[in-house]
Design a binder for this molecule. Structure first.
Ligand SMILES: NC(=O)c1ccc[n+]([C@@H]2O[C@H](COP(=O)([O-])OP(=O)(O)OC[C@H]3O[C@@H](n4cnc5c(N)ncnc54)[C@H](O)[C@@H]3O)[C@@H](O)[C@H]2O)c1
Length: 378
């Protein structure tokens, strides 16, 4: 997206200048994981993989052990020693991850770091988090405090390391009010949550059509099958719950009423990295005549998601360069949900994104920017 003409004046970081590092809880070389994109999914050609092997090895050398706090039985099934050292408290995990992010910035002589959460979908915490940062902060030392998920521990570490934070998953991340306060106090931008790369993107395009033609939608059913590790994790009902919620709210918000809806996600191993989404939409036309619309989307999950992650990192860096901080609702184009209310139809979200880009033509610098910066775009 960021290579399109509406963004050409933004002077975004050129791709060769982007350095990739990260945290993982599984072993294995990136090059071998990438090879499976050919061997199992026929998605990236062997000559391209060969050409990228040195870059993959270099990125591997910048990957550090992540945290699994609080441990989920599903994730622990594939965690490998020494990739998730034991962290006695969330504070200990934050300190370790923060140190890694700061070292990554210094060792690679980087202007800014954007932390993007693309880890497996977590289950939702079973107890509410405190609303105020000082209250949450004081709980970080509590051993065995299960309420704070890893994605939020990474978000806190990112902000404490002066990095921006993007949540590409339906996990909690920086969504809790207390963690948003931390981002504001550190004057750092963040966005999320859950990348909109396939079926939900189509819902954001199609639901406004039914609304504009005053065609009443009676029901919207979406069945999804996929075969990668993400799908395997989502087999667990507690991990699937946030994903189902994330995929299901958009249609009702666009239409202004809630048709009967059903979203299912099933793991079918033979699909590899491919995902099929079949949707059946039952709607009523003139004189309540019932009609149906169906579509089948067959997408390669990683091929759809990876360029969006690159777009988001470049755009977040640009916002930070201009002193913008707080939530970035103009990035809702890329997400299924947002921590702040945003219009859910695709065209409005595209307009918000391009309006933000256009605003950079008139004001090249926003020194002394305001929080929620993006009030003016919301
Ligand atoms: N099209 C897409 O691929 C797409 C679209 C929207 C959202 N997402 C979300 O992005 C996330 C990643 O999707 P994926 O298909 O790349 O999944 P994946 O299973 O291929 O990759 C997830 C990785 O996260 C690692 N991991 C798990 N827990 C971790 C932790 N605590 N710390 C560090 N690493 C951890 C796993 O070892 C794995 O390598 C999922 O939450 C998914 O729902 C993906």
């Amino acid at each position: 997206v960021t290579e399109l003409p509406p963004f050409s004046h933004l002077q975004l970081t050129p791709l060769p200048k982007v350095v990739v590092g990260g945290h993982e809880v599984r072993g294995g070389r990136l090059r071998d994981h990438a090879d499976r994109m050919w061997k199992e999914s026929r998605a990236i050609s062997p000559d391209l993989l060969e050409a990228a092997s040195a870059a993959l090895d270099a990125a591997d050398s910048r990957i550090r052990p992540g945290t699994c706090l609080p441990a989920s039985p599903r994730i622990l099934k594939f965690v490998e020693e020494p990739w998730a050292p034991f962290d006695a408290t969330a504070r200990q995990a934050v300190a370790r991850l923060r140190q890694d992010i700061e070292s990554f910035r210094m060792e690679n002589d980087l202007g800014h770091v954007v932390v993007v959460n693309i880890a497996s979908t977590e289950h939702l915490p079973r107890e509410p988090l405190p609303q105020q940062w000082h209250e949450l902060d004081s709980l970080l030392d509590t051993a065995a405090w299960p309420a704070l998920p890893s994605s939020s521990i990474y978000a806190i570490a990112a902000f404490e390391a002066n990095a921006s934070y993007i949540n590409f998953t339906p996990s909690l991340g920086a969504t809790p009010a207390a963690i948003q306060q931390l981002a504001l106090s550190r004057r750092l931008p963040h966005a999320g949550y859950d990348g909109k790369s396939g079926e939900t993107m189509l819902k954001a395009v199609l639901a406004p059509m039914f609304a504009a033609r005053h065609l009443h939608v009676s029901s919207w059913v979406g069945h999804n099958i996929l075969g990668n590790l993400d799908g395997w994790v989502l087999q667990d009902a507690t991990h699937k719950e946030p994903k189902l919620r994330s995929k299901d709210h958009l249609v009702g918000e666009v239409l202004g009423y809630a048709p009967q809806s059903l979203v299912s996600i099933e793991f079918i191993e033979s699909m590899g990295d491919w995902k099929t989404a079949w949707n059946h939409i039952h709607f009523e036309g003139f004189m309540s005549t019932r009609m149906a619309f169906q579509f089948t989307w067959q997408g390669c999950d990683s091929i759809l998601a990876a360029p969006l992650v690159i777009d988001l990192a470049r755009l977040a860096e640009r916002a930070h360069r201009d002193g913008e901080y707080g939530p970035m609702p103009w990035l809702s184009f890329f997400f299924k949900s947002s921590p702040t209310p945003v219009p859910q139809d695709f065209a409005s979200q595209w307009d918000a994104l391009t309006a933000w880009s256009e605003s950079k033509k008139v004001s090249r610098s926003t020194a002394g920017a305001t929080p929620s910066t993006l009030d003016r775009h919301s």
